[in-house]
Ligand binder design. Structure first.
Ligand SMILES: *[C@@H]1O[C@H](CO)[C@@H](O)[C@H](O)[C@H]1NC(C)=O
Ligand SMILES: *[C@@H]1O[C@H](CO)[C@@H](O)[C@H](O)[C@H]1NC(C)=O
Ligand SMILES: [Cu+2]
Length: 431
């Protein structure tokens, strides 16, 4: 496979600053969080300036509770960032396989307890991706000759892989010219397995807490919860959090043949309690707006969170393990910015009792309207192992997207030119 960029990549790197197409942002390595994206701003052609979207975003914690209550397994309820270090566990990316051949690599540094610097070479890669996707298109059938306009979607990906003992987490931050930021967490690696005398499912009489994935080998049920800290600054620091419910309205008058339609009911979250959301229970749009700035048409500048994964915890809230992993009690939380509140399960999580978690902080029920706010989103995957996950699991992905919502006056990629196609005859001859 060949990827050719004869004029080089179309991003520039200045220290840890990356500029590409209409985006600019900063990347940093942190022992605990791994990849940190900050100061992400997008150029607005209409206003002729860069506009801030994300002040800071990173993986704040992971919670991986195994579902086997036996003596040897009950305590396996890992908090991967706080206990192991999601950054310390990051691995050097292999050129051309972990990242495509047009990728540019960054090294990461951290210090050991005695102050010795340690380098993780190739800890991040940055590359332009064209995967054959469509950015936007339309065929105007009413015009002669079926006039069609299509723009292919070229995006920029920042990648890190963290191998926390048995599992490999692939973290991608993908920037799109449309203003979307797509974050994908891919799971691969090895299952945590338990030895057993069973070699066939028919022998399994007592309760086993998983799936027989190979002879004498049980893949234990577990969850993966990944919490993202998202300090959005939608075109400046003071923002508000809105929940928009889509509600069905039943028609009672005779003026329309319709029996029903839906309307939006918008609610501004005034305090932290208003902003706790269980996803999957209703149709709610999650929106961060700048309540002080509107488009020319009068809509607040905003960005939506589009969650792909809506799983929540299945443990009792008073289970000691769930108290430690209480940041999973809701998929979405909003807090006022506080420099001491960075880690969803607390600063010191090892053998913690859950005294310093999102669930505790938000009990103060602070005001969050028109303030510097932080959005916390937990992506969850319930993992019932299957034989195909053994011995190495093909990547399973989950993610979310941040998408402009009345942030621009109109489609920001409308004026983009289409790609110029080049036939590299020599290249195919060599191959
Ligand atoms: C900031 O967070 C810390 C830790 O949760 C807390 O002790 C402190 O009171 C918070 N400050 C404010 C202003 O909420
Ligand atoms: C293709 O190969 C020919 C002959 O070797 C050379 O003259 C030409 O510059 C090459 N074209 C490209 C695009 O590399
Ligand atoms: Cu798993």
């Amino acid at each position: 496979m060949t990827i050719l960029q004869p004029d080089g990549p179309s991003f520039t790197i200045d220290g840890n600053h990356v500029r590409w197409a209409n985006w600019e942002f900063h990347i940093a390595f942190d022992m605990r969080a791994g990849l940190i994206i900050s100061l992400a701003s997008i150029y607005d052609e209409n206003m002729d300036k860069y506009r801030r979207v994300l002040y800071k975003g990173y993986v704040s914690e992971l919670f991986v509770p195994y579902q086997d209550p036996s003596e040897e397994w009950y305590f396996r309820t890992y908090l991967d960032a706080g206990e192991f270090g999601f950054g310390v566990s990051a691995v050097p990316l292999q050129p051309s396989t972990d990242c495509p051949s047009n990728a540019v690599f960054f090294d990461g540094y951290y210090t050991t307890r005695d102050g010795t610097p340690v380098k993780i070479p190739n800890v991040f890669c940055v590359f332009e991706r064209y995967a054959g996707d469509i950015m936007w298109r339309h065929t105007e059938a009413a015009l002669p000759g079926d006039t069609a306009e299509v723009r292919p979607d070229v995006t920029l990906v920042v990648r890190m892989v963290s191998t926390v003992s048995n599992y490999d987490y692939i973290i991608d931050w993908e920037f799109k010219q449309s203003g979307n930021i797509k974050v994908v967490v891919g799971l691969s690696g090895m299952l945590a397995v338990k030895g057993s005398t069973y070699t066939h499912k028919d022998q399994m009489k007592d309760t086993v807490h998983g799936t027989l994935v190979s002879q004498n080998t049980i893949g234990i049920y577990h969850d993966h919860f990944v919490n993202f800290y998202l300090d959005l600054d939608i075109d400046s620091v003071e923002n508000s959090f809105l929940k928009t419910k889509l509600q069905t309205v039943w028609v009672t008058n005779e003026k329309t043949p319709r029996k029903s339609y839906w309307m939006t009911v918008r609610e501004v979250a005034k305090t932290e309690a208003d902003a706790k959301i269980h996803l999957g229970t209703g149709t709610t749009e999650i929106l961060v707006v700048n309540p002080n700035k509107k488009t020319e048409l009068g809509n607040y500048f905003g960005y939506r969170l589009i969650p792909e994964s809506v799983a929540g915890p299945l443990l009792w809230e008073d289970d000691p393990e769930q108290i430690r992993g209480a940041f999973t009690n809701y998929n979405v939380w909003v807090t006022p910015y506080n420099k001491s509140e960075k880690w969803a399960a607390g600063l010191y999580v090892d053998r913690s009792h859950g005294d310093d978690t999102l669930a505790k902080w938000t009990l103060r029920n602070r005001e969050i309207e028109n303030k510097d706010i932080v959005l916390w989103y937990t992506l969850g995957i319930h993992h019932v192992p299957v034989q195909e996950d053994f011995p190495i699991m093909p990547t399973l992905s989950g993610g979310f997207e941040l998408r402009p919502s009345n942030f621009f006056e109109y489609n920001p990629v409308l004026k983009l030119k289409t790609l110029k196609l080049v036939n590299w005859v020599n290249c195919s001859v060599k191959a």
